[in-house]
Design a protein around this ligand. Structure first.
Ligand code: TYD
Length: 215
């Protein structure tokens, strides 16, 4: 029996972490647990989650860098942010207004880690674009599934998308990016050790969420 998660109603939670962190498995389990408690969940995934967003997803994850030369980093960052702006206005804000729990698989924390810390774009620039794209709709809580690159790589399918195919050094920096964010904004971030088996990680998720109280 899971402890009450009723305090999550009307809140905006993000699950994030490096590729291969297992966050999507944990996401599914949490959705089932909160729904079993009668809480309505609006699930979104990034990039995507709207018709426009799915087209951006296809463009940014499956673009062949040899068509037009490499995709410019700022172009890539702005595409992720554009998809996010649409997702907020079309799905996230209306769900929050209706008192639903919004659960997002990735959000601006991914852009800060991948395009920022790992990709080399200044984090301050991404945050400025984020102010425009997100407006007042910032997550209440970001749960980061923390995993080393070796464990993460062993969990990935051999068919990699553009981001996943980037090398070990990039993925080490992605992880560092999440650590930096958590250090800079400790009230909004919680790190979970995602190297363990799924049941152990899930226990940690539930413990983290039951102990968290919205401001
Ligand atoms: P996806 O197939 O959704 O992977 P996952 O199940 O790990 O979420 O791929 C999303 C990829 O896009 C992932 O490698 C992270 C990357 N990404 C960014 O680089 N920046 C972003 O802002 C977002 C949302 C995702």
């Amino acid at each position: 029996m899971t402890a009450s998660l009723d305090h999550l109603r009307g809140r905006f939670l993000v699950f994030d972490g490096p590729d291969g962190s297992g966050k999507s498995t944990q996401f599914r389990r949490l959705v089932e647990a909160v729904e079993a408690q009668g809480i309505t969940v609006c699930e979104v995934r990034e990039p995507g989650g709207t018709h426009i967003g799915e087209q951006i997803r296809d463009l940014v994850l499956h673009y062949k860098d040899n068509i037009d030369g490499e995709m410019d980093k700022r172009c890539e960052m702005l595409l992720f942010m554009a998809s996010r702006a649409q997702l907020i206005s079309q799905r996230i804000q209306p769900a929050l207004d209706a008192g639903q729990l919004v659960l997002a698989d990735r959000f601006i924390s991914s852009t800060l880690a991948y395009q920022g810390t790992a990709g080399g774009l200044p984090v301050a620039d991404i945050l400025r674009v984020g102010q425009v794209a997100l407006g007042k709709t910032w997550p209440d809580l970001v749960v980061v599934f923390d995993v080393d690159e070796q464990t993460a790589a062993s969990r990935l399918s051999p068919l990699l998308d553009r981001m996943e195919a980037r090398g070990a050094a990039y993925h080490r920096l992605v992880r560092q990016g999440y650590h930096d964010q958590a250090q800079q904004d400790p009230n909004r971030y919680r790190m979970i050790d995602a190297t363990h088996d799924p049941d152990t990680v899930y226990q940690a998720v539930i413990q983290t969420l039951t102990q968290w109280s919205p401001k």
